[in-house]
Design a protein around this ligand. Structure first.
Ligand code: CP3
Length: 344
């Protein structure tokens, strides 16, 4: 039987318990994933639909989560357009030739999902047939993609990206237009292939202050979520350390806002976020003793007040040191505890 509780929670409909999934739920903390990585490079997994679908299904089978997220990276569509990018262990995406102007983008050209990323669409298609839970497709948001393109890799303070934004506003607009077009095209193709939800990862946008977000980013995000409105899929917007942007986020036509542990659910509501919320357990708590972890998960569920419109998740991704049994126990706890809350 198909479990659509996650989709119902995203749409603010009645649910019998709080659905749960975890960012980076497929990854190195799993023995089976590490075994696959012995044989395939990161991007080789994506290019092989059978292997990619298996990796995507692993957390559903092992943890009992209520949604699957496509296994890929935010750089996947750019790599497919010929960008020189590799995933470096312990670092993340590293770009061969960082972007310096709008001209560098013209060389990449528009994304044609069918010819550029057929393996992604084949994987989504396969998963659509195999899964008994919804599949979340995803893409990187323009600011977060731009930060990798301009900095050449991860960054502590995003000085180069911000300097680009302030000093080359024309080129910045070209960059935002290009990346928002890419994101929308890529997500719509995933939805057509069978993804019932899409998450837009703006992991590093919290580096911007509210005014800069409003000026340089918000118009692009309005465009993206407006384009996703009539696709039939629910849309989720994620950023880390972005609690100070919630007033702006609340105005976006996204269905769900995904927040981290630096902002409580009550605080998010106070800032006008009346959409469905997702989050927000600190992933470091996955290394805490079970009694501590359980109390903190309970606090989040109590704060959500057994109400509809909440999806339990982490505030950021699972990391390799976490034990799979911990995530399994947490999943069971969230299901059981929230089910009882709903009965009260
Ligand atoms: O969540 C999932 O299970 C789906 C797969 C997924 C991955 N990356 C797999 C991955 C998703 C949704 C992403 C998105 C992604 N990639 C984001 C946005 C989410 C976030 O965490 O903020 C970002 C910023 C990236 C860029 C990136 N790719 C980073 C920072 C890293 C980690 C580097 C490291 O070694 O710690 C990657 C690599 C990556 N992406 C891994 C996985 C499972 C681990 C690398 C490996 O297996 O070798």
């Amino acid at each position: 039987m198909f479990n659509d509780i996650f989709l119902k929670a995203c749409r603010h409909e009645d649910v019998p318990y709080t659905p749960v999934w975890y960012m980076r739920q497929a990854g190195r903390y799993q023995e089976e994933y590490r075994a696959v990585r012995e044989k395939y490079s990161f991007f080789d997994i994506s290019r092989n639909p059978d292997v990619c679908a298996k990796v995507t299904r692993l957390p559903v089978d092992k943890l009992g989560v209520d949604a699957a997220i496509l296994f890929a990276d935010i750089m996947t569509p750019l790599k497919a357009r010929g960008l020189g990018v590799e995933i470096v262990e312990g670092v993340g995406p590293v770009i061969e030739h960082p972007v310096k102007s709008g001209k560098d983008l013209a060389r990449l050209g528009e994304l044609d999902p069918r010819s550029d990323v057929p393996y992604v669409l084949d994987t989504v298609n396969l998963l659509h047939q195999q899964l008994q839970v919804p599949l979340i497709g995803f893409a990187g948001a323009p600011f977060t993609l731009a930060s990798y393109l301009v900095e050449g890799g991860p960054s502590k303070n995003y000085h180069r990206t911000k300097a680009f934004m302030y000093t080359q506003p024309g080129d910045w607009n070209v960059l935002m237009d290009y990346l928002s077009g890419l994101t929308v095209t890529y997500l719509k193709a995933q939805i057509e292939a069978g993804a019932q939800a899409v998450q837009v990862f703006d992991s590093w946008v919290g580096a911007l202050g509210e005014e800069d977000y409003r000026t340089y980013i918000a118009p692009t995000m309005v465009k993206i979520f407006t384009e996703l409105k009539n696709t039939g899929a629910v849309s989720i917007y994620f950023g880390a350390g972005a609690g100070h942007l919630l007033k702006e986020w609340a105005k976006l036509p996204a269905d769900v806002l995904s927040i981290d542990w630096r902002t409580s659910l009550a605080d998010a509501r106070r800032q006008g976020a009346d959409k469905a919320l997702q989050g927000n357990l600190d992933p470091s708590l996955l290394l805490a003793p079970w009694s501590v972890l359980k109390e903190r998960a309970k606090k989040i569920l109590d704060e959500s007040d057994g109400k509809n419109g909440f999806i339990f998740n982490l505030g950021h991704g699972v990391f390799p040191e976490v034990r799979e049994q911990t995530l399994k126990a947490l999943t069971d706890f969230v299901h059981d505890y929230s089910q009882n809350l709903k009965k009260l």
